[in-house]
Design a binder for this molecule. Sequence first.
Ligand code: ADP
Ligand code: MG
Length: 359
Amino acid sequence: MEKLLNKTDIYNTFKLNRFSIYCQKKKLFLNLYGFGSILIPDLTVRKGVMEPIIIAKNLSKKFGEVVAVNEIDFTIYHGECFGFLGPNGAGKTSTIRMIYGFSPMSSGVLKVMGMDIKKSARKIKERIGVVSQENNLDTDLTLLENLMVYSRYFNIPRKEARKRSQELIEFMQLEDKKKSRVDDLSGGMKRRLVLARALINSPGLLLLDEPTTGLDPQARHLLWQRLRSLKTSGVSMVLNTHYMEEAAQLCDRIAVMDQGKIITTGQPREMVLEHVGAEVIELRVAPSLDQEITHTLEGLGLKTERFGDTFYIYLPAEKGLLKELTQRLIPLNHQEMIHRQATLEDLFLQLTGRDLIEK
Ligand SMILES: Nc1ncnc2c1ncn2[C@@H]1O[C@H](COP(=O)(O)OP(=O)(O)O)[C@@H](O)[C@H]1O
Ligand SMILES: [Mg+2]
């Protein structure tokens, strides 16, 4: 994201993609199959300038008395994967639904690809792909039929639609199931089919609402690979998730959302370092020992917190206090001591005082 591509770069990227197709074909494995040519027209590239793809100002969504989205501001740039991270009910789905014109905004300003969503919802819809939170596939139809039916919404000529459907089925590694009915697919396969369908109109912007929720780790990783591959080929993405690992794996920047508000925005690793630290020590100890622990840590200048059955100690990147700290902690009467990297979950905990995934 630091450097935007100029036209020569794009041409080279395109050539590379074509080359990779040539190589991959022999292995019957498909990577960025022809997407370069499909996607390039949608990239707005200006040398040295980060071009916004979505701009939201004071954006709100109300359902009667319920304020689902409460005057949020954000800007998302071309080529970036931007994540909304927050627990159930934070307002992520309501936000993404406004972006693709499914749900009218209550107030504020929302521009997508330079167009006002209120005036140009139809044009915007033509140029984006949506993976909604629910699969909403036609379960009686085969995979191929699902894609073909969907392609009609975009007036894609039949021959072209068939070619693209075939490419997308291969790209999503669903070739073996091409003629199966959707009912016969696993959860991960259904999700990949929804993503394939979202790509039928060669969108420059993908909106992904919890793309991997409920999937097993293997299925999740496969979907992440496909998304990373799309990102490399230049597709911009908005990703809703309550999985910190998903946000950390895919997102260039995230907005932490809670109760309809954006609490903070930034790059995941930098945000964790700034607000939490580099490492965390978790002590499973009874709250009655908190005072003793605080006393033991005196002079080290470390941030600490108690959540539920755990006492947390946060270590900054630069101080190298780990040895000293563990020596002081070992004599304490704790049930368990864990040393690990700081994560987005810690960030969320610090910002809101609760778990990211509500139990
Ligand atoms: N159609 C609706 N009618 C009434 N309330 C809704 C509707 N959709 C969402 N909400 C409410 O808006 C809030 C935000 O929901 P949502 O955007 O789905 O959050 P998230 O996707 O982060 O889980 C919740 O309190 C939810 O109950
Ligand atoms: Mg949701």
